[in-house]
Design a protein around this ligand. Sequence first.
Ligand code: HBI
Ligand code: FE
Length: 326
Amino acid sequence: RDVRCITSLDDEKESVPWFPRKISDLDTFAEKVLEMGEELSSDHPGAKDPVYRKRRLEIVQKAKQYRTGQPLPRIEYNEQERDTWRQVYTRLRAMYPHYACREFLHVFPLLEQNCGYGPDAIPQIEDISRFLKDCTGFTLRPVMGLLTPRDFLNSLAFRVFHSTQYIRHHSDPYYTPEPDCCHELLGHVPLFADPNFAELAQEIGLASLGASDEDIEKLATIFWFTAEFGLCREGTNGIRAYGAGLLSSFGELEYALTDAPDKRAFDPSQTAVQKYPITQFQPVYFVADSFKDATAKLREFNVTMRRPFQVRYNPYTQSVEVLDSR
Ligand code: HBI
Ligand code: FE
């Protein structure tokens, strides 16, 4: 098979969706948020609170203005925000030893020692990003709200995770209809410090570059059932959680590990087409044997998705190399 480096996809017969080639290309996503961002939907608990809305606007403006290479915005959280954080943190922290996977439990104390994790203050993404970079090369970027699945997944190819910095409304500390800093910092961040999980996440990202809309939907579903709601098998501990949607929700974390939901073995070709509700607890979860095994299975699955080229991430230049594979 002839593999040569191509610099332009312009002459492709099939039109290939645009994708970022270098890490600063991710700057183009900053203003393209789907929901929330500067507006709140009418059913958001903070929608009728003008003080909350003004505060959100202040925080998301910083994300909107952020560009690659700049220091990440530091937010001075107020007492009400810290109080919401304390309630969420305290309740979840007590559950982790019984429900979270071993990789999460290994990293969490390191975040407490190095990144200011604790009940009293909301950690800053600049400090976390620096820590993650040392562990796996992952870095954080601030974001205004939900990105398109394509943009969100594409950034994972660069080992970049988009993190919101605002917090849910204080009227309902245990509920949020959207990602907020509790979800990102408690749910997602710890796993990005694990080399095997980082590889799994980047693999989803690389497969998403220039993928068809149909394949993006499959990869977003795989992301949902791994990074968001994934379970894993752990010898004598039985089944544990590694998905951020679980690790940031005390209600679903407990429910997911009961006998009520259906638990199936992670298998990308099945997982990719599984339907799921987004506003209720999941009726079905997928259980991975390990992150290494899940990554291997995902690589096999990715070759079944048709794409007229291959990609490779070059960490020295933080850019994507495109290889023609026909
Ligand atoms: N955007 N900021 C942000 N955070 C997410 O977790 C996120 C997103 N956009 C899309 C998305 N998640 C899901 O569609 C994933 O399944 C890809
Ligand atoms: Fe998430």
